[in-house]
Design a protein around this ligand. Structure first.
Ligand code: ADP
Ligand code: MG
Length: 345
């Protein structure tokens, strides 16, 4: 029998990872309840802007919208470009994650924030979650959430390094005793890898491809170090810049590896810089613990090998790199051992 809605108490505490590419929500006792692209489609009818769809449906519209619809990634470059739109997106995702159960009990929210985000941005995120119905909103630094999600010993006096490679940025952090001993953020991530692929194909093959196609190429055959020989091949489709017609061509893993060398080099550089600036006692812990990769970028083929080669350290990819941050934030909310990592500002 279906319960009347106001008797259901599905509303529960949530941890929200509002990424530049994906939003992941973890709910108490339920695990991951939402995992969708951070995209929102806004429709303008007679001058009035209205949310059309968010998440998966909105992503499918990217690059294909008529003049009156805009499919936007409000967090694109790691900062919130358009706070009103971001707020709308959060609200829709939270409602979806609560599955219409907002009439149940009060619920708390923890939101992950990039270490470098400003007070204004943090405030904006808190407000957005409050407006979406949360009773209490706390924040957690993203690398801390990533490390907890990856199972690193952050509560102990033992340095652990986590490298979170998202869409807009690569965040490198050293954690110890529930705190962040060092962190830096480089503006390189999955988006830059996509751009590098698109511009290579445009320059070398006169073929214009869209963002979504570039991302698909990256996920299929993108890599950080060259394969043996040409490696795998795939077909890409786009518009021929010479005659303007739709066209397709075959591209190899070796060629894509070449196209990605610059942004991959920037990721490696961010990790090297962090190692250089880490205090010696922590460095010695990192020799034993190695480096843990999280975020979707961790899935780029052989990136772990490239980083291990450059640093001389063991590199491990977290079990579920795309979910780590949300799972870690959820754990921090549930387990008192992590109480100290949540803040109000
Ligand atoms: P964010 O936290 O910024 O939302 P995510 O951690 O969700 O970012 O990672 C998204 C990025 O990971 C995207 O750029 C996506 O293309 C990339 N990604 C996902 N899967 C793969 C894969 N198999 N290989 C390479 N990159 C991937
Ligand atoms: Mg992220």
């Amino acid at each position: 029998m279906k319960m009347p809605r106001f008797f259901s108490s599905t509303a529960c505490d949530m941890a929200i990872d509002l990424g530049t590419v994906n939003t992941v929500i973890h709910a108490r006792d339920r695990g991951i309840v939402l995992n969708e692209p951070s995209v929102i489609a806004i429709e303008t009818i007679r001058g009035i802007r209205k949310v059309k769809v968010v998440g998966n449906e909105a992503k499918l519209m990217m690059g294909k919208t008529p003049a009156n619809i805009q499919a936007i990634r409000p967090l694109r470059d790691g900062v919130i470009a358009d706070i009103d739109v971001a707020e709308q997106m959060i609200k829709h995702f939270v409602e979806k994650a609560q599955d219409g159960g907002r009439f149940g009990r009060r619920y708390d929210v923890v939101i992950c924030v990039p270490t470098g985000s400003t007070m204004v941005e943090r405030r904006a995120l808190r407000d957005a979650a409050s407006n979406a119905g949360a009773a209490r909103v706390q924040l957690i630094e993203e690398p801390m959430a990533a490390a907890i999600g990856a199972g690193l010993p952050v509560t102990e006096p033992r340095g652990a390094m986590v490298v979170d490679i998202g869409g807009g940025t690569t965040e490198v952090a050293v954690l110890s005793l529930n705190g962040i001993a060092y962190s830096n953020s480089a503006r390189v991530g999955g988006d830059k890898l996509d751009d590098a692929i698109a511009s290579h194909i445009r320059r070398v093959h006169n073929l214009m491809i869209g963002e979504a196609t570039a991302e698909r190429v990256k996920c299929a055959i993108g890599c950080a170090t060259p394969p043996d020989g040409e490696g795998e091949r795939i077909i890409v489709k786009g518009r021929d810049l010479v005659n303007g017609r739709p066209a397709e061509m075959t591209i190899s893993e070796a060629e894509i590896c070449d196209a990605l060398s610059e942004p991959v080099g920037q990721i490696v550089m961010a990790v090297m810089t962090a190692l250089e600036q880490t205090a010696p006692e922590l460095s010695s812990d990192i020799i034993d613990e190695g480096i843990t990769l999280t975020g979707g970028g961790a899935l780029l083929r052989r990136l772990d090998e490239a980083l291990s080669e450059a640093t001389g350290l063991p590199v491990r990819i977290a079990d579920t790199p795309l979910m780590c941050v949300a799972m870690g934030a959820g754990k921090a909310l549930e387990d008192r051992a992590y109480e100290g990592v949540l803040t109000m500002s």
